[in-house]
Design a protein around this ligand. Sequence first.
Ligand SMILES: C[S@@+](CC[C@H](N)C(=O)[O-])C[C@H]1O[C@@H](n2cnc3c(N)ncnc32)[C@H](O)[C@@H]1O
Length: 181
Amino acid sequence: MGLSPLLGLTLVLGALAVVTYFVYASFAFGAGYQPTPRRSVRQMLRYAEVGPSDVVYDLGAGTGAIVFRAARTYRAQVIGVEVEPLRILILRLRRRLGPDSDRIRIVWGNLFHLDFRSATVVTAFLWPGAMERLRPKFESELRRGARVVSHCHKVPGWTPSAYDPATDVYLYRWPEAAAAP
Ligand SMILES: C[S@@+](CC[C@H](N)C(=O)[O-])C[C@H]1O[C@@H](n2cnc3c(N)ncnc32)[C@H](O)[C@@H]1O
């Protein structure tokens, strides 16, 4: 027996609503959802020279493309902050089911309320408005020598020490990035 047209339509609309929620619900907070491409993740972590002595903050952790690679491949301590609760559920499940969970902290909250003072590396794939709001926070909280790597969008007013057009990744070093060119 086939689906009735009404039930079929309801299921399609329901699925569309879930996908739309998943991608766009966090839009007002600073970015919708889109996983960072694998090549860009690798370039971000290589550019920032992430290693076991680093504390990496992933701002808007999504489903963990950066978080788990930084902790499990590059052996860093990683804090992933994410505002959207379904993604938090996925992140916590992935953390629990995989190795090295002691190196990974998942924070459910707004990244603008987080204190960045203990970060040695900050990773971000956020909308331009969020990068603009982050700049003064970076300038007051980042420690000397911290690296900021961003996919797609610049930190407005800062000078990158490197940019890779193939993966669209910017590398900044604090405080050199804010010095006049
Ligand atoms: C483009 S995705 C990047 C995902 C992730 N970094 C990755 O590597 O795949 C941006 C993420 O930032 C989250 N986000 C946006 N604004 C936020 C905020 N103010 N606080 C915490 N998370 C936020 C969104 O929910 C979304 O999952």
